[in-house]
Design a protein around this ligand. Structure first.
Ligand code: KIV
Length: 286
């Protein structure tokens, strides 16, 4: 059965935790869906973990549509949420509506995610009034990394904590169906989670959120170097892939692969005819 935004609200009401993960392509989307994640996010972390950028700022709407299409093809049950990239919703509500429509109509997303609080609440109101399910994102909002002065914990001072709580309440009022809390102190997430009727989905936000989201490449050991403090490694795919590549290359170099078992037969008659031509005087000249 397809997960709906209201399913997530029900999960919060029933105190059922909401595990979420990112995906950017068809095979991983299929695996995530089969694993039963109720929400799969086509995150603009695509820029970092798939496209090799050092932030999400370079990610374009075309790239998001392209990857959302692949994910949507692989998902039968989960709610597919697509990130709206930098500057596709901040300038005007019209931009936001037009660009959300592309992610939903061309990409196949069921909902979109935008970063920010009060400053984009009116835009979110326009989007939800137009029938676009919107997920919010507060705390460390990576599209504002240069304004925030780097990837740092947010909401630590009293003023910042109060602003984050006010932003969360404002987003709920604007109609978001859930809100991501990224890299904020655990006790602040607890307060926000208690104050909201909609689910909070944490990443680097401690154990008190209604759900958790992680970047697929970080939890599967597909990034270079150590994962961030908030991530946990569930597999070491980089090491597995490196070993597999080395074994394959060595097999080719040492003529262990391909073998007869990986080859296709040529009809005996055709082979004989070819050989006869080769053996004829002047044969094999082309
Ligand atoms: O882009 C992304 O992957 C995200 C998650 C970290 C929530 O926004």
């Amino acid at each position: 059965m397809r997960v709906r935004t209201r399913t997530l609200t029900e999960m919060k009401q029933e105190a059922r935790r909401i595990p979420c993960v990112t995906a950017y392509d068809y095979p991983t989307a299929r695996l995530a869906d089969a694993a039963g994640f109720p929400l799969i996010l086509v995150g603009d972390s695509l820029g970092n973990v798939v496209l090799g950028h050092d932030s999400t700022i370079a990610v374009t709407l075309d790239a998001m549509v392209h990857h959302t299409q692949a994910v949507a093809r692989g998902v039968e049950h989960a709610l597919v949420v697509a990130d709206m990239p930098f500057m596709t919703y901040q300038a005007s509500a019209e931009d936001a509506l037009r660009n959300a429509a592309r992610l939903m109509q061309e990409g196949g997303a069921h909902a979109v995610k935008v970063e920010g609080g009060e400053s984009i609440a009116i835009t979110i109101e326009r989007m939800t009034a137009a029938g676009v399910p919107v997920m919010g994102h507060l705390g460390l909002t990576p599209q504002s990394v240069h304004q925030l002065g780097g990837f740092r914990v947010q909401g630590r001072s009293l003023a910042d904590a109060k602003r984050l709580i006010a932003d969360a309440l404002r987003l709920q009022q604007a109609g978001v169906f859930a809100v991501v809390l990224e890299t904020v102190p655990a006790e602040l997430s607890r307060i926000v989670t208690e104050r909201l009727a909609i689910p909070t989905i944490g990443i680097g936000a401690g154990p008190h959120c209604d759900g958790e989201i992680q970047v697929l490449h970080e939890i599967l050991g597909l990034i270079e170097g150590r994962p961030r403090k908030h991530a946990k490694t569930y597999a070491l795919l980089n090491a597995l892939i490196a070993d597999a590549f080395a074994a394959y290359a060595a097999d080719v170099r040492e003529r262990r692969f391909p073998t007869e078992a990986n080859s296709f037969d040529l009809d005996e008659g055709v082979l004989e005819a070819l050989r006869a031509e080769e053996d004829a005087p002047g044969g094999g000249d082309g």
